[in-house]
Structures are given as C-alpha cells and as structure tokens.
Design a protein around this ligand. Structure first.
Ligand code: CP
Length: 309
C-alpha cells in the first residue's frame, strides 16, 4: 500500500498505510474535541444514508457506529439478522442489494464469516466498513485501541504491547498486530500454545506462554476474552486453570517494578481473563477505549464519505 493510495472501503487494517492511520487519528482528534463540547453534532454526512448490518451480536461496536453516524448527521438504518428474512433463507447479497435499492450509500457490517466484507465489496457498489468479520479483522477496534495508546503515551511508536489470550480466534488480535506494527510499536502475543497460531512469528511478533514474563516486558497489556462461541474443541483444561495462568489480577500488577496500562476490547469476562479489581482500577483504560471508539469511527466514516482516505 503506497502512502496516500485512496481507499473506497475499510475492509481491514491490512489495506491501510501508516499515513491513512495518522489521517484517521488527526481527524478523530477534531471529533473528540467536538464530542467534549456543548454541541456534539456536525452535519458533515447530512446527505449520506448508512445501513448497519449486524449478522452477529454486538454491544459496543453497534452503539458506537450508530452514535458516530448520527453525530455526523447521517441517516441511519439498523438491521439485525436475528429478526430479518435471513431466517427465511435469503442470501447475503440479496439481503444487502435489497437494502441498497432503498438508496443506501454506505454499509457497516459485522458477520461471522471471515472475508464476508471483502466478498461483499466485489458484488456491491456501496462503500463498506468492516465491523468485525469472524476470526479475520476488526479494523475500527484496532484503530481505537492504537488511538487510546497514543492518547495515553503521546505516541504509539516504540511502545511494547502484549496481547494476551485467545489469539487463535481473535480478529481484534490480528487487526491490532497490523495496526500497532504500522505505527512502530513492538508486539508480543501471550497465551497457552493451543490458542496461539503456529506460524504467528512470521508476522514479526514475539511469543510468550508466561504472563508474568510478558507483563515485565510490556508497557501495555491488551487482555482478550476466551471466544468460547468460536471454539469447536477444548483448548485448555478449565476456565479456572486458564485464569490462574493467564488471568490479570492485582497480585500480578503489584509484582511489577513499573505501572503498565491495561486494555480490553470488551466484552469482559470478569474473573477469567481479568479481575474486577484490575478492570476497574486506575491502570485500566477500558472505558476510555470505548469513548474513543465514537471519535475514531466518526473519523473513518467522515473520511470515507468525503473520499479522503
Ligand atoms: N469490542 C467489540 O467488538 O465489542 P462488541 O462485540 O460488543 O461490539
């Protein structure tokens, strides 16, 4: 990807350059200032209609996109597969084409199948934003995560970030690895060998199976949920055992000789990958991540809508 090659869709971090990401961050800075002021709306996308197509459950991403769209003045329609004609056998392309025929300009889609957004981009004219496709990518989550690290430290370059947990089934992990590396961070993944893809070192990441060692190395720990809904077999003996070896608790944080920043994309499973005490501590920026998600998604939608990405 050349520095300023324009993109039509946001299908993944894989298609972006560092320059694209810096443009998104600088635009998000402006939207964050707007959101912290008395008037939280701008008519920037007044003539745009956006459909949020969610074929998989979501709380944060769905609400965050809808707020971002409404604060940009766009018209918004929400579609949930569980209450749709998908249940009557309609295909993805038929469903989307029917919605697009009602003069929809942009599609934000979450889908359980990896590659669903790429597939759709080859069959429809509308712009597409990937809101998470199976185990593949979740680009706006990675952008808001990196934006939150930048906000915390002033820069992402040179920071050491460990992503802990179910790397094998995580679209957040893959998008974070691409995004953090583009911005000059060092990335480690940590978890049981069964939940780390075999050839992940080829992506240039370090690998550890020891959480205490990983915490001593890092500036930032991004704790991931065990994705039981994507697991078709047992990858570790029990959640209790997983929590003992890979759960982040106050005892682990206190034995470090530095203060690290704790992140989590949500939803949290309290007492499994992270204790309540850590999740609610001053070292946790989990709710700042969620807050930043709206500004970052406003930036992505605005720039795509203006064809400036
Ligand atoms: N982080 C994230 O994607 O959360 P949701 O599944 O609730 O959207």
């Amino acid at each position: 990807m050349t520095a300023n090659a324009p993109i039509k869709h946001l299908l993944g971090i894989k298609g972006l350059s560092e320059s694209h990401i810096q443009t998104i961050f600088e635009t998000a800075d402006n939207f964050k200032s707007l959101l912290n002021g008395p008037v939280k709306k701008t008519p920037a996308l007044r003539d745009i209609t956006i459909a949020n197509l969610f074929f998989e459950n979501s709380t944060r991403t769905r609400v965050s996109f809808e707020l971002a769209e409404k604060r940009l003045g766009a018209d918004v329609v929400n579609f949930s597969s569980s209450s749709s004609s998908v249940k009557k056998g309609e295909t993805l392309i038929d469903t989307v084409n029917n919605i697009l025929s009602m003069k929809v300009d942009m599609v934000v889609m979450r889908h359980p199948a990896p590659g669903a957004c790429v597939f759709l981009s080859k069959h429809i004219d509308a712009q597409i934003v990937n809101a998470g496709d199976g185990t593949h990518e979740h680009p706006t989550q990675a952008l808001l995560d990196a934006y939150s690290i930048r906000e915390q430290y002033g820069d992402v370059a040179g920071k050491k970030v460990v992503i802990v947990g179910d790397i094998l089934h995580s679209r957040v992990a893959l998008s974070n690895i691409y995004c953090l590396q583009l911005l000059g961070a060092e990335v480690m993944v940590c978890g049981p060998a069964t939940l780390i893809p075999k050839h992940i070192q080829a992506l240039g990441v370090k690998v550890s199976h020891n959480l205490d060692e990983a915490l001593n190395w890092c500036d930032v720990a991004n704790m991931l949920r065990i994705q039981l809904e994507r697991q078709d077999q047992r990858y570790f003996p029990s959640l209790k055992e997983y929590s003992r070896l890979y759960g982040l608790n106050m005892d682990r944080l206190k034995q470090l000789d530095k203060e690290i920043c704790v992140m989590h994309p949500g939803p949290i499973n309290r007492g499994v990958e992270i204790s309540s005490e850590v999740a609610d501590s001053d070292q946790s920026i989990i709710l700042q991540q969620v807050e930043n998600g709206v500004a970052v998604r406003m930036a992505v939608l605005f720039l795509l809508g203006q064809q400036r990405l």
